[in-house]
Design a protein around this ligand. Sequence first.
Ligand SMILES: NC(=O)C1=CN([C@@H]2O[C@H](COP(=O)(O)OP(=O)(O)OC[C@H]3O[C@@H](n4cnc5c(N)ncnc54)[C@H](O)[C@@H]3O)[C@@H](O)[C@H]2O)[C@H](O)CC1
Ligand SMILES: [K+]
Length: 474
Amino acid sequence: MIDTDRMAAVDENAAALGVPRKQLMESSGNAVASAVQDVAEPDARVTIVAGRGNNGGDAFVATRFLDTYDTRTLLLGRAETVTTGIARENWAALEQAGYEIDEVRDSRNLDLGNPDVVVDAMLGTGITGELREPEATAARAMNDSDATVLSVDVPSGVDADTGKGGAGAVDADHVVTFHDTKPGLDALDADVRVADIGIPRAAERFVGPGDLTVERDPHGEKGDAGRVFVVGGGPYTGAPALAGQAALRAGADLAFVAAPERVFEPIASYAEDLIVQPYDADRLGPDHVDGLVETATDHDDVVVLGPGLGSADETHTAVEEFLRQFDGRVVVDADALAVVPEIETDATLVCTPNRKELAAMGGPDVDDLSEHVDEIEAFAADLGHVVLAKAKDDVITDGERTRISRTGTPGMTVGGTGDVLAGITAALLATRNPFEAASVAPYVNGRAAEQFSESGLLASELLDGIPHAMEADR
Ligand SMILES: NC(=O)C1=CN([C@@H]2O[C@H](COP(=O)(O)OP(=O)(O)OC[C@H]3O[C@@H](n4cnc5c(N)ncnc54)[C@H](O)[C@@H]3O)[C@@H](O)[C@H]2O)[C@H](O)CC1
Ligand SMILES: [K+]
């Protein structure tokens, strides 16, 4: 099962791996033709009704594979209004090769003929709202005809994610969908087949540019992109400052750092963009927890728990207490990680251990994490939280799904890059689900590093690289 956002991401990842969409369209069209061949007698009349997007493009390709039938292909609209280059190219190929094709410029002139099979390639995943004209008239004609109706990807008018369709949606007998089935096809009273269109497994497995493109709400009010609240510092000062700044660079609206009074000055002096809130102590202890939980809860903050906290007993106890009380979203890093296997929490956690921390938590103790994904996945399933295990190839898993992020440079072994990652993860967690946030963050962090020379990389340099690294088509 795959939803349309993820499908679009995987499609873009495939293109980045060298398998562009036009190639996938060739496979889709071929699969459509095979599905037609399965339901059509050798002398059947086939009418293909194509829309102006890539759903129509799939059908233009299919036309070339249906030479032996009595096939007509109708385009709803003028060829100049076809919305994508690849669909237009496939239409032009039909024109040049002399296929029987027609542009339907006015829905009143639509005539399906008397076909045995109608291919519905009007609209796929690009639909918004109810069918408009001329598609609405064409859908009515298909539903009224005696022909077998075969829909491409999804019956036109039906939302592939929800299965909802307006009254005028196409009532398909058969659906041929691509790569994986879609949530909205489940409840349909149609025969659904899934066609493999040659998307490499790597396009799903490895985080790629397509994963960056999940849209942030463009109308978001200040605050919608999230407040990140870093609970860190004590023995160390740089770590929480890096995490907070990274969160800002990755799109958080505000970043707060709660830190012991003793280290307030240095942390506040690192960056004027950070808001630092001191508590009266040398290090985090149980007394501070109620106040921190209250702040984070009141503001629906995404918390980063761990950077620079140190491993004092009272701090360990405070982290336990924090996770017991808090029920929001938390990125758990560094010394705070050791607490996670010991406690029950209602919070949503993304845990970001390096190799050593993973082993200390009870996960596999291995050098190359990407060779041990099954063990890490099983560990995450046991833990009940998303794990982002950091290494040359980062492994991200929620216990059921696993992805690998391969970006980065050898220079990233320098101190502080993990703190930057924790901040990026928190910012992304404000607008994405935990598994997506944990998958995209190391990809961005690694891409940020790739903009600098490997030798002598500083974690603070990564901060400057983050915004550019988050652009899909840089
Ligand atoms: N990896 C993949 O996802 C692949 C998908 N393929 C096929 O491509 C379509 C999706 O194509 P897209 O161009 O994004 O959208 P559509 O063809 O569905 O439609 C866009 C088109 O429709 C107009 N429109 C939108 N809503 C309405 C409406 N309610 N009424 C009328 N017209 C509407 C809009 O303006 C656009 O012009 C996918 O389903 C697959 O079939 C690839 O071929 C293979 C890879
Ligand atoms: K369709």
